[in-house]
Design a protein around this ligand. Sequence first.
Ligand SMILES: Cc1ncc(COP(=O)(O)O)c(C=O)c1O
Length: 448
Amino acid sequence: MAVIPPTTRVPRSMKLYQRAVQRIPGGTQLVSRRPQRVAYGISPIYAERASGARFWDVDGLEYIDWMSGIGSILLGYADPVVDETVRQQISRGTIYAVNHELEIELADELCQSIPCAEMVRYAKCGGEACAIAVRIARGVTGRDKVLFCGYHGWHDWYVAANLAEEASLDAHLFPAIEPIGVPRALAGTAWPFAYGDVAALGELLDQRRGEVAAVIMEPLRSEMPPVGYLAGIAKLAREHGAVFILDEVSAGLRFGTGGAQQYLGVTPDMAVFAKSLSNGYPMAAVVGTREVMEPAARMFISSTYWSDTIGLQAALTTMREARRRDVASNLWRFGAELKHRLNKIAGEVGLNVHCAGIDVHPHLHFAVTDANLKNLVTTLYIQEMAKRGCHGYASFYLNAAQGAAELERTVDAAREAFTIIRDALATNSVEQKLECPIQHDAFRRLVR
Ligand SMILES: Cc1ncc(COP(=O)(O)O)c(C=O)c1O
């Protein structure tokens, strides 16, 4: 039974959550939507509706969403152009006994936009699309082993990494994931490699010479890769006959319609897109060179809903609108302004916090050395921002509907939150200021 704090700010959310844990193992479908990951009892748990950069929770409170639907929203919630094309598609039926031309139209759009794309397969979720990419790589090479860096979904091939060594996923997902239900026979098939270190990957490849099917990685998260790093990884993977896959599920269109690969100037053999691809509608794409993708025709990779036209239409419109509105450049400009303003008020308030990271994905770095105190400070920040209508972690996922009003409201909220944190640190009372339990460790991504 989930305990409802008597001082909760979100009583209806809490009551729903209490019901959810009785019916839904774990309470939520996505770990990132678990209420313990934000300010439990203070942050909203259930949304009622959303529009533009904001959502309203079931307690009638309004929030600016600095998580952008956990990355799935690029243009803004309920984007009128995307939603209108989707509505028109709904009126024509959404799925049929046969195929629809949209499959080819979107494939053309992806191949014209993304450097590595010559052929395309679809899916509905990022993790599912990663599993398809890994299957294709294994099929093409006739090898079993996979080297990975970052988070790539919940499927057996990935979580199997914790069978051979139980801490394998600690730095890529979060600590203490037990590979329960993953066949033990998969032990030793997936191995992590550290981001930023070409030599470390070289050693892993040398130790498994002739056995590695794929090197799959997130191109970056909140910091730019070291100069030449990704090109070095691509070269090594190819020298060892492995397929080089970029997982752009979280990066993707925020870097432009050519993805992070175009922005960073590195062309993989295959890439995976989801989330921002379709502005919130379920859709994913595995794209790659003809040489790598064509053999997939002989592999059993097949599902009813991958032809669903809602996702296809939403992705097609989102890509065209992202290009027409020059979304990526605007996000980068907006993120730079957000960082500048937050750093300015940090200086004015006199709190040692720095808003750092790439402009399109800024994050706050509280200069507190003690790990437990840092976690308390982060929780206090999330709590105070939630009370002021800003939902998020200590990082910012941007979307194109965020504008001057969101910026001003967030900077005002941060000024007050920073002041509270400064005073709490000065009086050793951070824990006393918390109205919620300490936030659970966030996904420890590549850079946090
Ligand atoms: C890089 C990356 N790959 C894969 C996934 C899994 O995507 P999904 O949650 O759509 O299955 C995520 C989700 O956060 C991701 O960030």
